[in-house]
Design a protein around this ligand. Structure first.
Ligand SMILES: Nc1ncnc2c1ncn2[C@@H]1O[C@H](COP(=O)(O)OP(=O)(O)O)[C@@H](O)[C@H]1O
Ligand SMILES: CC(=O)OP(=O)(O)O
Ligand SMILES: [Mg+2]
Length: 408
């Protein structure tokens, strides 16, 4: 069965096509700058052939159409026709309390996702556009949704409740949900397998450090606490998001700067974090480069970013009464040795001893970067959210097909 995985953002759409007979990636790519003057479609087959098509792609339905054209292109395509796509899986950032696991899409599921637009305004509306676009282009093909929040539904109330009047939870479901769950779930399982130790015996602190970033305390294989909150704004400092701050700053800024609530919300989500403090970029590569060239603001941004991760590692070690594994994943976590080094410095009291040479090794594989004497295993684990989405989609679509056959 061929499964197309889609991660639709507001102005981008990433895709991977899997052959689930052997879990191989037949093709992958992304459409960027949807709705802008010049959109870019990057399409990759076997890690080599890369095609960039630049044209105007005004909305997601066209983006999906272009992706399907590319997948069936006579030169760059990997499929004879689009009927060779048997199922589609979508990443959905916010599943609220309604979804503890992945499901196939129906009208009720779509309604629930719509109800959650307010809670993930940067993400959920874009995912919905992706779903509608697939319906328009591939009518009748089963679609599954895989939620960032599902893995964190195991958190106890003491982790997920905020210390505000409980009526707000009862009436409006204001609570911590947590995100990047597909990634934290996948990398914690990979780590246990790599170490040859049972997942249900491990205390893991998982640091997913990408454009969005979150730390999760994983106790015996289950999410026990996580740094993102009701929305993906809380917790660590990120590319453009502030992470933790005193909530009193919001009304204070509104008064002092004569801003609206929406403007402050946008400031915290889109114009804060690495971007705001460095004044240079939201991209860690550029911040590190500027720091190495002597920029004080870049150094400060880098220090704050690392310091906040370190604080969460300490907090979660305390939350679980110990830590066996510290792992780094996602764009920054997998690639930035200098950031990992800075986080681990000052954590030696926990038994975290980094091996500098191992830390510098670049590879796409799961690897140990702690010294042999380190009591805590420190690992780099490449995440693969798409594979997990493909697996869930495959399982759900196959079960549906079996049920349909038995029902006939
Ligand atoms: N070699 C590198 N060194 C430092 N940071 C990197 C490197 N490569 C990628 N990154 C960072 O990874 C981020 C993207 O991470 P990723 O997990 O792909 O994010 P997302 O999925 O949220 O878009 C980029 O913003 C960039 O800062
Ligand atoms: C939830 C979230 O922050 O996602 P991303 O890292 O893709 O922005
Ligand atoms: Mg990501």
């Amino acid at each position: 069965m061929n499964v197309l995985v889609i991660n639709a953002g507001s102005s981008s759409l990433k895709y991977q096509l899997y052959d689930m007979n052997n879990e191989s990636v037949l093709a992958k790519g992304r459409v960027e700058r949807i709705g802008m003057e010049s959109s870019i479609l990057t399409h990759e087959v076997e890690g080599q052939a890369e095609v960039r098509e630049v044209s105007e792609i005004l909305e997601h339905t066209t983006a999906v159409r272009k992706v399907l054209d590319m997948l069936t292109h006579r030169k760059f395509g990997v499929l004879r026709n689009i009927e060779d796509i048997q199922a589609v899986g979508h990443r959905i950032v916010h599943g609220g309390e309604s979804f503890r696991e992945s499901v196939l899409i129906d009208d009720e599921v779509k309604l629930e996702i719509r109800k959650l637009f307010d809670l993930a305004p940067l993400h959920n509306p874009a995912h919905m556009m992706g779903i509608t676009a697939v319906e328009a282009n591939l009518p009748g093909v089963p679609q599954a949704v895989v939620f960032d929040t599902a893995f964190h539904q195991s958190m106890p109330p003491s982790s997920y409740l905020y210390a505000i009047p409980t009526v707000l939870y009862r009436k409006h479901k204001i609570r911590r949900y947590g995100f990047h769950g597909t990634s934290h779930d996948y990398v914690s399982k990979q780590a246990a397998e790599f170490l040859g130790r049972p997942l249900d015996s491990l205390k893991i602190v998982s640091c997913h450090i990408g454009n969005g970033a979150s730390c999760t305390a994983i106790l015996n294989g289950k999410s026990y606490d996580t740094s993102m909150g009701m929305t993906p704004l809380e917790g660590l400092m990120m590319g453009t998001r502030s992470g933790d701050l005193d909530p009193a700053i919001v009304p204070y800024t509104i008064n002092k700067e004569d801003l609206t609530l929406n403007e402050v919300n946008s400031m915290l989500n889109k114009h804060s974090g690495l971007m705001a403090v460095s004044g240079i970029s939201s991209d860690m590569r550029e911040v590190v480069q500027a720091m190495e060239e002597g920029s004080d603001s870049a150094r400060l941004a880098f220090e704050m970013y690392a310091y906040r991760i370190r604080k969460y590692v300490g907090a979660y070690a305390a939350a679980m009464n110990g830590i066996d594994v510290l792992l780094f994943t996602a764009g920054v976590g997998e690639n930035s040795a200098v950031l990992r080094k800075r986080v681990c410095e000052g954590l030696t009291f926990l038994g975290i001893d980094l091996d500098e040479n191992r830390n510098e090794v670049r590879s796409g594989e799961t690897r140990r970067i702690s010294a042999d004497r380190s009591r805590v295993e420190v690992l780099v684990v490449p995440t693969n959210e798409e594979l997990l989405i493909a697996r869930d989609t495959y399982r759900l679509a196959r079960n549906r097909a079996l049920t349909d056959t038995l029902g006939d």
